[in-house]
Design a protein around this ligand. Structure first.
Ligand SMILES: [Mg+2]
Length: 166
């Protein structure tokens, strides 16, 4: 099932030592917008910097793969100290593949983490890697995003009604 994530968590902050150990995960392919930061926000969401430090302490390899442009991704990735691939073209797999190669990570120890079914989850599933779907930090109000979310909720019965739309 291409649309189905392996795990469904509230936020990246829920990825902790226990979760990683239990699932044999040592490498994370991280989405950027709405996963580590609000869309377009130059700073990371609260708690993300500390979470990244904890992941590093645990020896977890990490790399950002974003579909957004270099202009958006580079400054924030630099701030977070994360190597990255911009224009990642998820759900195509080449960005994820490149990230895994760079980390020297194989499929069994990698997780693709993101907030969107049609890019992050599908990309991971195409690649044959386990995925974590997180709830987006911020729900965009543009019609394209709304349409995508609507489609996601139809496909996956995802309930956004409890989330605040700013
Ligand atoms: Mg995203």
């Amino acid at each position: 099932m291409l649309f189905k994530p392996t795990f469904w968590l509230k936020s990246v902050l829920d990825i902790n030592e226990k979760f990683l150990r239990e699932n044999g995960v040592t490498a994370l392919v991280l989405d950027l917008d709405n996963t580590l930061s609000m869309h377009g926000n130059p700073a990371a969401e609260e708690g993300v910097t500390e979470w990244l430090d904890e992941m590093r302490r645990l020896g977890i390899r990490m790399r950002v793969v974003s579909n957004n442009t270099n202009k958006r991704v580079a400054p924030l990735a630099a701030k977070l100290g994360l190597p990255f691939t911009a224009n990642g073209a998820k759900p195509l797999t080449f960005g994820i593949t490149r990230a895994m190669k760079a980390m020297g990570a194989d499929k069994s120890e990698t997780l693709v983490v993101g907030d969107q079914i049609f890019t992050d989850v599908m990309g991971g599933n195409f690649k044959g890697v386990r995925t974590v779907l997180v709830e987006p930090f911020h729900l965009e109000k543009t019609w394209t995003f709304r349409l995508k979310r609507k489609a996601e909720s139809l496909v996956f019965h995802r309930d956004y009604s409890k989330l605040e739309i700013k």
